[in-house]
Design a protein around this ligand. Sequence first.
Ligand code: SF4
Length: 291
Amino acid sequence: MSESIFLCAISNIASGSCNEDCGFCAQSARWNASIERYKTKPIDTIVDEARAAKAAGAVGFCLVTAGKGVDDKLLEYVCRAASAVTAADLELTIIACNGTVSSDQLNEMKKAGVSAYNHNLETSERFFPQICTTHSWSERFEVCERINAAGLALICGGIFGLGENEDDRKSFLLSLKKLRPFSVPLNFFIANDSLPIKQGVIATNEAIRLVAKARGILGDAPRIMLAGGKEQAFGTRLTEAIEAGANALVVGNYLTTEGMHSGALRRTLLDAGYAIATPAECGAAKKAHHG
Ligand code: SF4
């Protein structure tokens, strides 16, 4: 497996106030979590964040909106943001993450420079109704199939530590494998007093074991990306998670929580002998993925 680590940054371009009831998500309006909420972020700010992501070593830049999906107005905004980042010529893979999406909407995003789309399965089909009742797991799976059919690189993962059992974890990873994702973001639940799910942070040994389990089931092909909660789950043992099979990391902040400082993250990787993946390596990986 490559020793280059892929870094990806996230920009929360429309935050909070989602009508869905995902029990792990502070952006659901149901839980009244104290987070920053805004309808849209100025396009110039998004481009500045893309430049900062590039400077931090990111090869991917993800435009995230809270909510079940996008209407025409939000689609136009996402496309405007993607076009502006494309025009800045930063050699970033532009990823969109905007919930349930139609083939036509995916094609519009592609025209604006989006080449990958993130939509997570989150957990197993069996356990999903215990963490969300406003939409179904099968709907999520179908959206992922649509993303593949549209020729975008599928970024699809989920979240551990919601109370799922070991069979759920296996079933979730086997479902992911069927979708042949380009990249698999793994999140680790962080409790928040407002959220209905009451689970402690997953133990570090357990989190490392889950990364190894994911790599074992998914095989060598996809990037396995440590995402939300990696700081709390792995602490100072981040490189052990990489040894266990992860080869991508979210750099910078998450949607509603702060991440490790990008300089400290890079130093941790370089000190441990890893290289930071370049845009050319990311491009080659995407080409190989699409065959
Ligand atoms: S649909 Fe997305 S933004 Fe809305 S509550 Fe669920 S995870 Fe959060």
